[in-house]
Design a binder for this molecule. Structure first.
Ligand code: GLU
Ligand code: ZN
Length: 309
């Protein structure tokens, strides 16, 4: 169906689902379901060295235990390389992308922001060993309306977001970049609504510019608060985020709703996750989500933490 809502949750299987990732899963699910949309799950295992075997299954089991049933097949980025490479080859052939030999050190000497040094060097594919591939960006970074956080201006204090630099599509080490694959997959899966954590809000103007440069329409974005252990440090595997306990799924959903700013009934009001989720769908209102980029969660609680730091 044309113009139909398609949303998604796109976890990286580098660690089990924790409270912060459950918040994003629930928010994206509720936004999709309250719009009669599809909700897809995509495993972002492009950075394979960081992924742990079996974690994908754990994440899917946790989603199921919380009543978060996805539509269609789960796609894995690690199985999409041929599709990504075909796009890259086309872009190179059309001179819309090019090889770049610059090292990290050289880029640092450019004040930390790549200045287009290799744009017109016409490095041939056969000479492209140890090269990155960059996209010729012709769009400026622009403000956009976030359906949760309202107006978002490009953050000019960050060198990489001050203006659209020629983004890396494939890294020197041969890995496709996150900024390429997240966009190619969202386009491929016809995702038109992206509800995700505020940790990605700063990169959104750049991603929107990549969409435009590639000739695609950017999706609608909404960013929800991230759970943090301290200012600027989101809850993550690195700081011992506790894996979500599936045996307390109903309590976890209630906690997520409170975290997002909803006055949600107690767990005892529901007979299971499904009735809690149905209530949450009927209650969901983008305008009611707290407009804070991060919320500090108590360090001593086992819901968030698996042990002392
Ligand atoms: N895979 C990314 C993450 O786990 C999310 C990407 C996105 O939602 O656009 O942080
Ligand atoms: Zn270069």
């Amino acid at each position: 169906m044309h113009n139909h809502y398609v949303g998604r949750f796109a976890p990286s299987p580098s660690g089990k689902l924790h409270f912060g990732s459950l918040v994003t899963a629930v928010a994206s699910y509720l936004d999709a379901k309250s719009h009669n949309g599809k909700w897809l799950v995509r495993m972002e295992d492009i950075d394979e060295p960081r992924c742990i075997a079996g974690v994908d299954k754990d994440i899917l089991a946790a989603l199921e235990a919380h009543g978060l049933c996805w539509d269609d097949e789960v796609i894995y980025q690690s199985q999409q390389h041929a599709r990504y490479q075909a796009v890259l080859d086309d872009l190179i052939e059309q001179h819309r992308a090019y090889f770049c030999t610059c090292t990290r050190r050289q880029i640092k000497a450019m004040d930390g922001m790549y200045n287009g040094h290799c744009r017109d060097k016409h490095i041939a594919p056969c000479d492209a060993v140890n090269c990155a591939v960059r996209l010729k960006m012709d769009d400026q970074l622009e403000a956009f309306i976030d359906v949760i956080m309202d107006n978002v201006e490009p953050d000019t204090s960050l060198p990489h977001t001050a203006r659209a630099e020629d983004v890396v599509l494939k890294r020197r080490d041969g890995l496709f970049s996150y900024n390429l694959v997240v966009i190619l997959d969202d386009v491929f899966q016809q995702v038109n609504h992206v509800i995700r954590g505020c940790d990605l809000i700063d990169v959104t103007p750049l991603q929107r510019a990549v969409y435009q440069t590639l000739g695609f329409t950017p999706p609608t974005y909404g960013h929800v608060p991230v759970a943090a252990v301290a200012p600027g440090r989101k809850l993550s595997k690195q700081n011992r985020a506790a894996p979500i306990d599936n045996t307390t799924a109903l309590d976890n959903i209630v906690r997520v709703m409170n975290f997002l700013g909803f006055a949600f009934p107690n767990a005892s009001e529901f007979d299971g996750v499904d009735s809690a989720l149905n209530h949450a769908i009927s209650m969901w209102d983008r305008k009611k989500v707290v407009k804070t980029a991060e919320i500090i969660v108590p360090q001593h609680e086992s819901t968030y933490y698996s042990g002392p730091l």
